[in-house]
Design a protein around this ligand. Structure first.
Ligand code: UDX
Length: 438
């Protein structure tokens, strides 16, 4: 059992802290935000994530987990994880100001030998920069080692992923840090891949960029499918059965969003550029993703002519299901454009309503059920494949809309089922059963 501090109780920090406590370590999660710490102390989670509140209560009760503001005591540990945000700067690079601040605080507060582990996604070279900063500001005569330990968690299944990941990547430059990190992670029972620090830093960006590439690739195949009358779902399935390709991340849609892919692809482009290399595939991946956000609008414009005065229902607002995260969600650009062109929008999302209200145009109305959203709507846009939406009976569209027109950005419905009803249905990369290219 190790004494661990996790600095930053955002998404990554909180999940990391809770899971490390669950496997038996003594964990203090630190944050500068009094409101967040108070909320966590009351057993509530500031993020929506399945199982997290149960694990918080359990581990607080067992004494493995506590939450603290920045105090001297909180830093009297064997290992400090840095898990603060690295938001995107205007030029696409990662903003390291929070990481720098933490490095200085560590330097001022540590009283014994520590290993500083970076969980935050940081550009290549940042761990060495952190070590240099700590050593420059260090107040006590102690040994500080660094390690890179990137996370690969998906929002909405972060706890599951923590216990069932494919690998744990550890970047170290000496045996002491390696041994401590191996010991900490052993109870997860996940294969550990040990490498040097720079490679570990790059693995995180490369992995996310590769997944983003798969998505943009299949989205381009979807566009070709529409032109040649093929079905992207079948193409994807046929490709994915080849184990060298793999079936995951080959779902065509309205592009990737969220807090990682858009930020990390831009950051990697920036890293490559700074290193004097033009990462051409990745530039295209990012451009394709931007274009993909507008494919539904294009289809809708062709079909409806104008959006002016039309009642449009948006189903699903978060960047993907099982999260209330609105960061880089396709619903932002799509709803802005619809509002700009005079549409009246009624929106439904089972979880992200409050988060959406803070970001989307104030004229948008929100309702708590799909039926209310689509009642008398001129058209429906499906933007997130929530199970409530996927399982919503198609007959309801026929009953509740004057003339059902659906623009499905997530391919939620089977074409065969749709063809049994009088619905104008447009999806991504699939030719309708009526034989019309959409
Ligand atoms: C991602 C990575 O999966 C995770 O390893 C990393 O640590 C953080 O970034 P996350 O952002 O939670 O996780 O979402 P993910 O499930 O990967 O989906 C990202 C986006 O891609 C979503 O907008 C999703 O709708 C889209 N997507 C995903 C597709 O459009 N098609 C797919 O086949 C898969």
């Amino acid at each position: 059992m190790k004494k661990i501090a996790v600095v930053g109780t955002g998404y990554v920090g909180l999940v990391t802290g809770v899971c490390l406590a669950e496997i038996g370590h003594d964990v203090t999660c630190i944050d500068v935000d009094q409101e967040k710490i108070d909320l966590l102390k009351s057993g509530k989670s500031p993020i929506y994530e399945p199982d997290i509140e149960e694990l918080i209560s359990k581990n607080v009760a067992s004494g493995n987990l506590r939450f603290s503001l920045e105090t001297q005591d909180a830093y009297e540990v064997d290992v400090i994880y840095i898990a603060v945000g690295t938001p995107q700067k205007k030029d696409g690079s990662a903003d390291l100001q929070f990481v720098e601040e933490v490095a200085k605080r560590i330097a001022h507060r540590v009283k014994n030998d520590v290993v500083v582990v970076t969980k935050s996604t940081v550009p290549v070279g940042t761990n060495h920069f952190i070590l240099k900063m700590i050593q420059e500001h260090l107040q006590a005569e102690v040994r500080v080692d660094i390690a890179s330990n990137p996370e690969f968690l998906r929002e909405g299944s972060a706890i599951y992923d923590s216990f069932n990941g494919d690998r744990i990547v550890i970047g170290v430059e000496n045996d002491r840090a390696a041994l401590i990190l191996e010991e900490i992670n052993k109870p997860f029972n996940i294969p550990i891949f040990k490498t040097d620090i720079r490679s570990a830093e790059l693995i995180k960006y490369a992995a996310n960029a590769f997944l983003a590439t798969k998505i943009s690739f299949i989205n381009e195949i979807a566009s070709i499918c529409e032109k040649v009358g093929a079905n992207v779902e079948d193409v994807s399935m046929g490709m994915g059965k080849d184990q060298r390709i793999g079936s995951q991340f080959l779902n065509a849609g309205i592009g990737y969003g969220g807090s990682c892919f858009p930020k990390d692809t831009n950051a990697l482009l920036h890293i490559a550029n700074e290193a004097g290399y033009q990462f051409q595939i990745l530039s295209s991946v990012v451009k394709i993703n931007e274009t993909q956000k507008s494919v539904l609008i294009k289809k809708a414009k062709e079909r409806l002519g104008t959006f002016h005065g039309k009642k449009i229902a948006l189903l699903g607002l978060s960047f993907k299901p099982n999260t209330d995260d609105m960061r880089e969600a396709a619903s932002i650009d799509i709803s802005n454009q619809l509002v700009e062109e005079g549409a009246n929008i009624i929106a439904f999302d089972p979880v992200a309503k409050n988060a959406a209200k803070k970001i989307l145009h104030p004229t948008i109305q929100y309702v708590d059920c799909i039926k209310e959203a689509i009642q008398d709507a001129d058209a429906v846009f499906i933007l997130t494949e929530w199970k409530e939406i996927v399982h919503f009976p198609i007959t309801n569209y026929v009953k509740l809309m004057k003339h059902p027109i659906i623009f499905d950005g997530r391919n939620c419905y089977h074409l065969e089922e749709i063809s049994q009803h009088s619905i104008d249905y447009y999806s991504i990369g699939r030719t309708t059963s009526k034989g019309i290219d959409r």
